[in-house]
Ligand binder design. Structure first.
Ligand code: URA
Length: 209
């Protein structure tokens, strides 16, 4: 063995992301997203919340502040929660992917959709949250959340958005992601997407009544 070869070269570390279970989320190296993120963003909420909302991944503001849903999508979510009569501090809020994935456009860090491999690598953190909080109802906000909640299931958003369904002994409700309300092409589509979110949150409340 060459002397000085005890440190793992960066290239080898990149080629083989750490697959074992890290002891803390902040130490997670199961995919490469930690490299460009400020921090990992854990879920927040009561430890026995009956409703868990799962988003896609932290955005720019979340990455900086260390909390989920505190940016523009969070403002849409807050409005929908209020309209549905769901208290934000009564639900557990988390994301399928815990690090912000982005690319630079000019001076802005623009969100990039996580790859299936990144969703899969991060899935164990969602499993840990589900095992700990044991919610009765999961509200999947968008398709990344749905993919992670179903793990190997293969439902499309459109096929499951109509009604709650049972998965692994829990109710799953699927709605649009709040950021879709901000970027949908026209006002009618934005309003319709927003109403789907509000209705999904109302259904979640009914299921735990
Ligand atoms: N979008 C998400 O999916 N999650 C957040 O925490 C913020 C924006």
């Amino acid at each position: 063995r060459r002397s000085g070869a005890t440190t793992i070269p960066v290239a080898a570390e990149r080629a083989q992301p750490q697959r074992e279970v890290p002891s803390t989320l902040d130490q997670c190296r199961r995919c490469d997203l930690w490299r460009n993120a400020t921090q990992a963003i854990p879920g927040v909420g009561p430890r026995n919340a009956r409703i868990m909302l799962v988003g896609e991944q932290p955005g720019d503001q979340e990455d900086l502040q260390g909390l989920p849903f505190v940016g523009p999508a969070g403002a849409v979510l807050d409005r929908a929660l209020a309209e549905a009569g769901v208290r934000r501090d009564a639900v557990y809020l988390t994301n399928a992917v815990k690090h912000f994935k982005w690319e630079l456009r000019g001076k802005r860090r623009l969100h990039k959709t996580p790859a299936q491999s990144e969703i899969a690598a991060c899935h164990l953190w969602l499993e840990e949250e589900l095992a700990r909080v044991k919610p009765d109802v999961i509200v999947a906000l968008g398709s990344t959340a749905l993919k992670s909640v179903l793990e190997r299931g293969s439902a499309t958003m459109q096929s499951v958005m109509d009604a709650p369904f049972e998965h692994d002994g829990r109710w799953v409700i699927t709605v649009y992601h709040p950021s879709y309300v901000l970027r949908a092409p026209d006002e009618a589509t934005r309003q319709q997407a927003y109403e789907v979110i509000v209705n999904g949150l109302r259904q979640a409340l009914e299921l735990i009544a």
